[in-house]
Write a protein that binds this ligand. Structure first.
Ligand code: TRP
Length: 341
């Protein structure tokens, strides 16, 4: 029997933020640490997704490689025999399967995706790839029969669409794909890291994101740790004067609690009860700021130890190994739809 597959990707165009680190990278590192041996883990770099919106094309190649260094510096063990790291575009089967899936996905399904509606509203001309983004994501997942896809809440709709497509094609062609687990099961599986969505420190009703041009609210992994600390100390809170978890009425405070919980790897409700009855926001900010500073310092030191050459070697080796798995699945699908014997 094959081991169940855990698969996830982090986009490689934007410089990763603390939000990406706590919401996606660290949960994966922790999954690897706790589930070593029981699962196959695929952590890949979705460079084809990166070009769905205009990006810094000159830097993309290098920043993709850099992303692997980031995983390594965050603690992902690259010599683990059950972990694969690869670039999406180096496995052509991703693109080829996307086309076939496209023939079984309805236009309306893609057009109603919240992320598509939000992203396309911000653009004067909308690329077809932006609409088709979830189909490529489906290929990423279904090629490797992944059961667990640790992603944030913002990807929930996409994951549900992937399940729908897998079920639809299995109904028509027999057992082609492993259907990824339901969102509910994904959340159970992820435990502490479940759907963590770190907010902007300045505008805590919004996600922390490099793309919203909010330098004071966004911590990049490349930020000077002292400056990052200062940003946390200057975080927007509220005037209620008590520490509770409530993203509607106290988004800033809730975000700080979440940052603390993520870094300390504790359940959020445990951290909430530790701070219950405390009224000083300064204390809360200090605690979060110290943790962020220490996290960045440690991360940046480790990043220096893992060169781009090391990263490229590692990627090429894994890509060689993964290509065969992806091609075997692609072949199976190609013959089901009649374009291979
Ligand atoms: N869309 C994901 C994001 O923006 C990245 C991604 C691409 C992904 N393909 C994937 C995540 C497959 C999980 C599985 O975060």
């Amino acid at each position: 029997m094959h081991k169940p597959v855990i698969l996830t990707g982090v986009r490689s165009n934007a410089e990763p933020t603390l939000g990406n680190y706590l919401g996606a990278i660290l949960p994966l590192v922790r999954l690897q640490a706790t589930h070593a041996g029981e699962y196959q883990i695929n952590a890949f770099l979705p460079d084809l997704h990166s070009i769905t919106t205009p990006t810094d094309y000159k830097q993309l190649y290098q920043s993709t490689i850099n992303n692997l260094r980031i995983y390594a510096a965050a603690g992902l063990k690259l010599d683990d025999p059950n972990t694969n790291v690869y670039r999406q575009s180096y496995i052509p089967a991703h693109s080829e399967l996307t086309w076939i899936l496209d023939c079984f996905i309805y236009y309306g399904e893609l057009a109603r995706m919240t992320q598509f509606k939000e992203k396309s509203a911000k653009q004067t001309s909308v690329s077809v790839s932006l609409l088709n983004y979830p189909a490529l994501m489906a290929a990423d997942i279904l090629l490797y029969d992944a059961s667990y896809v640790p992603v944030g809440e913002d990807q929930r709709q996409h994951l549900e669409l992937v399940r729908d497509i897998a079920i639809r094609m299995n109904n028509q062609f027999g057992e082609l794909f492993v259907v990824p687990e339901s969102w509910e099961n994904q959340m159970k599986f992820n435990g502490n890291g479940a759907g963590v969505r770190i907010r902007s420190l300045k505008h805590p009703s919004q996600k922390m994101s490099k793309s919203i041009a909010d330098p004071a609210g966004t911590i990049l992994l490349s930020d000077d740790p002292k400056e990052a600390k200062a940003k946390v100390l200057a975080a927007t809170t509220d005037s209620l004067g008590s520490i509770n978890l409530n993203y509607e009425t106290q988004p800033g405070v809730s975000n700080l609690l979440q940052i603390i919980a993520s870094i300390q790897n504790k359940p959020l409700n445990e951290v909430v009860s530790e701070w219950k009855g405390e009224s000083s926001y300064a204390k809360l900010k200090n605690a979060a700021a110290d943790l962020v500073e220490a996290t960045l310092s440690e991360f940046q030191a480790k990043l220096l130890q893992f060169s781009s050459e090391d990263a490229l070697d590692t990627l090429s080796k894994h890509e060689e190994a993964v290509r065969g798995i992806a091609e075997a699945k692609l072949n199976k699908v190609q013959s089901s739809v009649g374009i291979r014997p």
